[in-house]
Design a protein around this ligand. Structure first.
Ligand code: TXA
Ligand code: MG
Length: 353
């Protein structure tokens, strides 16, 4: 299969090209498209064969359900049994935007799309190219992130091409992505809304709208023995090829510790890398030092994290050391992804007393 790449500007959408992309979906094909979070790998959300093709293209287990993307509120009714008040309030506050809601699915949604679950994940993205594309594609685009299973989600079209060339019909290059981490997932099927995956829409933002909101316990406790409720959160994810370790502590001590570890790895003949905040970057002696952003700028850190993980693969770094970042607000999502990338390998430098 030849993969066609087209370019679309959010401020100057070419209706003809978007119609062409939409037609591919309606004919059962696959098109990758930009959203404000990460690039998505789209197929017809109401066509079981499209879901099968998505799993195949990604090399993803078919019990890991897909998110159905819509472009207008009235289409939510078609996908779900009923719309609870909580969903209306969240849609009002955060759609279009980086929030995915889990609701009881209508029979119209194929089991293939939801990995056999009787619930469906729905999101209305805010990226204008995404909205135009979903509309042209018939209104229901099932899409996981457009990476091969086990790779970081793509934040640039060139990474989609790297993973999906020859596997899908088209890639819509919409330039840079704004957020860089996948949407917040909130499950509305229980008594109390529960976050299954942290993202740009934080716990506090959801509480402001709904009152009580909980977190999947596995997101708060690294040693939690329960299984995450979102099937996708159970898989190994976002992992660079090199071995990765996160070091937390007071900034100067972290620099010292990382430089020591770098030296040890060097002596073993390893190529070394560091994920650094801008404040510390100059102080590291690794082969490759990547600046993720200023320490207090979580939006910058989120926007560059996946790109940096992929760049370390290109550099063929064997041992990667990362600073640790704040865990409050959006920071929770950043640390959640960073810990997954590191396979939860983490050390904390104790304060001296
Ligand atoms: O920002 C995003 O959400 C991006 C863009 C493309 O919209 N999409 C994305 O999709 O991250 P994906 O497939 O990589 O992640 C979807 C997550 C998986 O962890 C999956 O298990 C979970 O959502 N999920 C989907 N349907 C579910 C359901 N019915 N119940 C629980 N979890 C569900
Ligand atoms: Mg994904």
């Amino acid at each position: 299969m030849r993969t066609l790449v087209i370019t679309q500007d959010e401020n100057r959408i070419d209706e003809q090209e978007i119609a062409r992309a939409g037609k591919i979906i309606l004919n059962g094909g696959l098109v990758a498209f930009p959203t404000e979070t990460v690039y998505g790998l789209g197929g017809d959300g109401l066509n079981p064969d499209s879901a099968r093709k998505i799993y195949e293209a990604k090399g993803r287990p078919s019990d890991n359900p897909l998110i159905v993307h819509i472009y207008r509120m009235e289409d939510l009714e078609i996908l779900v049994k009923e719309i609870p008040e909580s969903a209306r309030k969240l849609a009002e506050a955060f759609w279009p935007g980086p929030l995915t809601m889990i609701l009881p699915k209508d029979d119209l949604v194929p089991d293939e799309t939801t990995g056999g679950l009787d619930t469906v994940a729905v999101r209305m993205p805010s990226h204008k190219v995404a909205l135009a594309f979903i509309k042209a594609a018939g209104g229901f685009v099932a899409a996981p992130s457009a990476n091969l299973s086990g790779k970081p989600s793509p934040t640039l079209a060139k990474y989609v091409l790297e993973d999906m060339d020859g596997r899908i019909d088209m890639i819509i290059d919409g330039g840079d992505i704004a957020i860089g981490l996948e949407s917040t997932i909130v499950d509305l099927t229980g008594d109390v809304p529960m976050i299954l995956r942290p993202g740009y829409i934080t716990l506090d933002m959801l509480k402001d709208v709904l009152g009580e909101v909980t977190m999947d316990p596995t997101l708060l406790d690294d040693d939690c023995k329960e299984r995450p409720k979102a099937p996708g959160m159970r898989y190994r994810h976002y992992a660079p090829k090199g071995d990765m370790l996160i070091i937390e502590g007071e900034p100067d001590k972290v620099v010292k510790e990382i430089n020591m570890l770098v030296e040890e790895s060097r002596q073993k003949g390893y190529k070394t890398g560091v994920i650094a905040t801008a404040e510390n970057a100059d102080k590291y002696r690794a082969d490759v030092v990547k600046v993720v952003g200023n320490r207090n700028d979580d939006t910058a850190i989120a926007a560059s994290l996946y790109r940096i993980l992929r760049e370390f693969d290109d550099e063929e770094a064997d041992a990667i050391y990362s600073e640790s970042f704040a865990t409050d607000g959006f920071g929770h999502a950043i640390m959640n992804r960073l810990l997954k990338a590191a396979g939860h390998k983490y050390i904390k430098i104790q304060e001296e007393v």
